[in-house]
Design a protein around this ligand. Structure first.
Ligand SMILES: Nc1ncnc2c1ncn2[C@@H]1O[C@H](COP(=O)(O)OP(=O)(O)O)[C@@H](O)[C@H]1O
Ligand SMILES: [Mg+2]
Length: 226
């Protein structure tokens, strides 16, 4: 099985050398196999979001190394990290949709730099919306959708670039029960279709779709539940 992402002794310190210094991650080593599904759980402040930000090449570690498809990201420039992030799809706790853009534009604006035309992007958005059970919503604005629908649009955006991996940070924490169940089904289907899943959550229903569950406490990996 090939390794997609690996952390080696990764530590992340915010505001180093100040009175406000925080060791958000402390000596974390783990690897994520291609096409696997892993989840991080742990109390608020334990480092879940920080770990996803590092695995997603959005932040750099203070110490240690991160490898993506065997490549050490340490020596990569910011522009190279941006290119690597295009192989990833991100889903955030608060959906992070742009209020002034229609649903189809929200789903596909990350593809504009790839030179995709408006017509092609709209077609792609429609096919993703069909797949995710929102065929009628293509021209709506985010505020016209429920929370569950907005989160499905954010998954469509994450999938639009055909990523190797989806990183989803507490994707159900702002959803009601029914919407959470639907969202989890969408994530599970995505994984079955071959995309690697990296999740953070407190929600046992989210953790249930992960093959491996890591537990964090004060920035340290304290256990692997399975
Ligand atoms: N940008 C930041 N600047 C300073 N401290 C941060 C920043 N992001 C997170 N932290 C701190 O790092 C620790 C881990 O936070 P986080 O990764 O958000 O945990 P979780 O997602 O598990 O709630 C917390 O103490 C938090 O306050
Ligand atoms: Mg968090």
């Amino acid at each position: 099985m090939s390794v997609l992402l690996e952390t080696r002794n990764v530590t992340k310190i915010y505001r180093p050398g100040t009175r406000m210094e925080v060791r958000a991650l402390d000596d974390v080593s783990l690897s994520v196999a291609s096409r696997s599904s892993v989840a991080f759980t742990g109390p608020s402040g334990s480092g879940k979001t920080t770990l996803l930000a590092l695995l997603g090449a959005m932040e750099r570690p203070s110490h240690g190394q991160i490898f993506f498809q065997g490549r050490d990201l340490r020596s990569d420039s910011d522009a190279e990290l941006t290119r690597i992030r295009r192989k990833m799809g991100f889903v955030f706790q608060d959906f992070a949709l742009i209020p002034s853009l229609a649903v189809w534009e929200n789903i596909t604006y990350p593809l504009i730099p790839r030179g995709m035309s408006g017509g092609e992007r709209r077609k792609l958005a429609q096919s993703l919306l069909d797949e995710l059970g929102l065929p009628e919503k293509i021209d709506k604005r985010p505020h016209e959708l429920s929370g569950g629908e907005q989160q499905r649009v954010s998954i469509a955006r994450a999938l639009a670039g055909r990523p190797e991996v989806i990183l989803a940070d507490e994707p159900t924490s702002n959803l009601d029960d029914a919407a959470a169940v639907e969202l989890i089904a969408v994530l599970k289907k995505t994984h079955t279709a071959g995309t690697t899943l990296i999740l953070s959550s407190h929600d046992p229903r989210v953790l249930a779709i992960a093959e491996t569950v890591y537990r964090l406490k004060s920035g340290r990996l304290v256990a692997t539940d399975r």
